[in-house]
Ligand binder design. Structure first.
Ligand SMILES: *[C@@H]1O[C@H](CO)[C@@H](O)[C@H](O)[C@H]1NC(C)=O
Ligand SMILES: *[C@@H]1O[C@H](CO)[C@@H](O)[C@H](O)[C@H]1NC(C)=O
Ligand SMILES: *[C@@H]1O[C@H](CO)[C@@H](O)[C@H](O)[C@H]1NC(C)=O
Ligand SMILES: *[C@@H]1O[C@H](CO)[C@@H](O)[C@H](O)[C@H]1NC(C)=O
Length: 368
């Protein structure tokens, strides 16, 4: 162990992370980083390998988790006056596995075009991009088995409630509507919250990106999964081995290397984070019907090497019908297959199209 070097690397990671707030604060947007204490009191599976994450469990296979976590987030709001309808809405942005809040706004000038938070601000929409519990600058429980879909689903629901009753920062009123936008495992987290809470969900709509329930046979498994402490001992050497990461991020991009910047995938590898092993084991959490009454949209990239392999996303009408079965009470349900995009819809050359799609849905849901 080399604690001083580890501390320095940790500080560097924090610096990379925090620089988000300078980059995202542009012509259209004012952003602040903040930490919200979030209390969860939730039943989670004793066995983190439970494929349904506890949604189908009886009481004897669950345990109670009663904790308060510090949740890090970057809150962005437009600088210019916006309609009252837009001012009353906030997007809660939830990243995927081994990403952080930075997925929604890569913190370097070169990648400004890939900032969804800035894109949305320019169109009058506020956002809060969070680091999930266990990840980035949010609390990281010493025991990775505390971090399951049930845990973070409770976190996002509690945060959504908080945004509706409390001021997130001085001078900002509580919001009337909260729309959850997830990517990949972040979409699974939001889906879990909708399944667990149904009509009691605090969310006024979901936009679930990079995640399908209808899968092409078996999903190709992510290459290079390993314990984070073995992957990067200097930074993560002290972690529970059940915090894991990937050392190969190629599956997150289109197979065609002309579709993305070679610098983006390097930057992505450099700023990657960890996730709990349970995120890989609880693969059936999105396969149960969610009795959620609000509007729901799914957006996937046609070149997603996981979910759209084997022609899974070619027949959009059939895909829509199959996905809709799990959202029987949804007020509206749409599937959009974004042509050219990979799994990380926000990070390749096609990002503008999905960004427009997300904003269109937010505006549609805000008007309901
Ligand atoms: C509870 O679930 C466990 C695991 O699925 C099972 O072994 C056990 O029999 C169940 N107990 C009851 C009372 O249903
Ligand atoms: C960024 O987007 C603008 C238009 O939105 C475009 O003119 C410019 O070329 C883009 N820059 C890069 C580096 O892709
Ligand atoms: C983590 O917590 C679980 C559940 O309380 C427990 O069974 C397990 O032994 C703990 N692991 C470690 C390394 O403390
Ligand atoms: C990353 O994984 C892909 C398979 O998804 C493989 O083709 C590629 O060679 C791997 N890259 C490295 C550097 O190991």
């Amino acid at each position: 162990m080399v604690p001083s070097l580890r501390t320095k690397l940790g500080a560097l990671a924090a610096l990379l992370h925090f620089s988000n707030i300078y980059v995202a604060s542009g012509q259209f947007c004012s952003c602040s980083s903040l930490v919200v204490p979030v209390h969860v009191d939730v039943l989670i599976p004793k066995d983190p390998a439970d494929p349904f994450g506890g949604l189908k469990s009886n009481a004897s296979s669950l345990r109670r988790l009663d904790e308060t976590y510090d949740v890090f987030g970057v809150f962005c709001q437009p600088n210019t006056a916006v309609s009252s309808e837009k001012a009353e809405v906030i997007q809660l942005l939830v990243h995927g596995f081994t990403y952080t809040s930075q997925y929604w706004s890569p913190p370097t000038e070169e990648f400004r075009n890939y900032s969804y938070t800035e894109f949305a601000c320019d169109r009058g929409l506020s956002s809060l991009a969070i680091d999930l519990v266990g990840v980035g600058l949010s609390s990281r429980p010493g025991n990775a088995s505390d971090v399951q879909f049930a845990t973070n689903a409770a976190v996002v629901s509690q945060l959504a409630r908080h945004l509706k009753i409390a001021s997130i920062i001085a001078g900002v009123q509580p919001f009337r509507k909260v729309i959850g936008i997830g990517h990949s495992a972040g979409s699974a987290t939001l889906t879990f919250s909708a399944t667990a809470e149904g009509a009691h969900s605090p969310f006024d709509g979901f936009i679930l990106t990079g995640n399908l329930n209808v899968q092409p046979g078996t999903l190709p498994s992510l290459p290079g999964i390993m314990s984070a402490r073995d992957d990067t001992p200097l930074r993560w050497g002290g972690l529970d081995p059940n915090y894991i990461t990937t050392n190969n991020r190629s599956l997150f991009y289109p197979a065609n290397s002309n579709s993305f910047s070679p610098r983006m995938i390097i930057f992505d590898a450099f700023t990657k984070d960890v996730g709990p092993l349970s995120a890989q084991l609880q693969g059936s959490v999105t396969s149960l019907p969610a009795h959620y009454p609000g509007p729901v949209a799914k957006v996937v990239g046609s070149e997603d090497q996981g979910f759209c392999a084997g022609g899974n996303c070619v027949d959009v009408v059939a895909l829509n019908a199959a996905e809709r079965l799990l959202w029987p009470d949804a007020r509206s349900f749409d599937v959009v297959v974004s042509q050219g995009s990979g799994h990380d819809l926000n990070l390749d050359f096609f990002a503008m199209a999905p960004f427009n799609t997300y904003v269109d849905f937010v505006e549609q849901f805000a008007a309901l």
